[in-house]
Design a binder for this molecule. Sequence first.
Ligand code: PEP
Length: 261
Amino acid sequence: MSDRTLLLAGNWKMNHDHLEAISSVQKLAWALEDAKLDDSACEVVVIPPFTDIRSVQTLVQGDKLWLKYGAQDVSQHAPGAHTGEIAASFLSRLGCSYVVIGHSERRADNHETNETVAAKLRAAVEAELTPIVCVGESLQQRQDRTHIDFTLGQLDESLAGFTADELDGLVIAYEPVWAIGTGETATAADAAEMATAIRARIGEKFGTGLAESTRILYGGSVKTANVAEIVASADVDGALVGGASLSGPDFAALCKAAVAK
Ligand code: PEP
């Protein structure tokens, strides 16, 4: 058994305004308490839209909640003349622990490349945010059986130019694009196969220390009903959850199921 802490991160995408965020986080905190979950069992993270983060921070700090929060994206630039961008240092000052980088929806909607991901990763590392770097293949690539090569290629290019020390704390989310928001879930064996390949590649490039400490999540239609099986694999250290994280009580139930694996 590894000593990597189980991580359950809820990516709200563009859902919940700041008032709904407060209600959702309160309900999540109550449901986690009812489920008798605390940070000795797992790390629970909410990843709301930017406009909610200050409200979430106030609630988490005011009520001394143990859950953590993060952002769905970050600018690759330092503060300055970049209209509409959000600097990594701003997120740190808001108490964000995590930042998602290279989600497939951003790669598709905003033409983010692996090079962009590497630049954003650099900004996150410099601001001491823990990056959750997303990789994963399309349905066509899986059908062509090129999914492992493709995903490892994304990983290589996203982590290019970093040292193992700089990547300490790294989280990788394996999210096959065909499984995101579709109700289609990769089998536990598919998730495990890719997580093992990712860990091996990190070992080859950065050494066994980083390979052993990096947490690898699976994402793609994870629900309470399937999370236990997915995180039971030795190389899968948690889940990045979209739709099933929007309701506080439902996300707490999912976390409980993951812990009970
Ligand atoms: C995601 O947004 O990263 C995700 C995995 O979404 P869903 O769980 O809804 O498939």
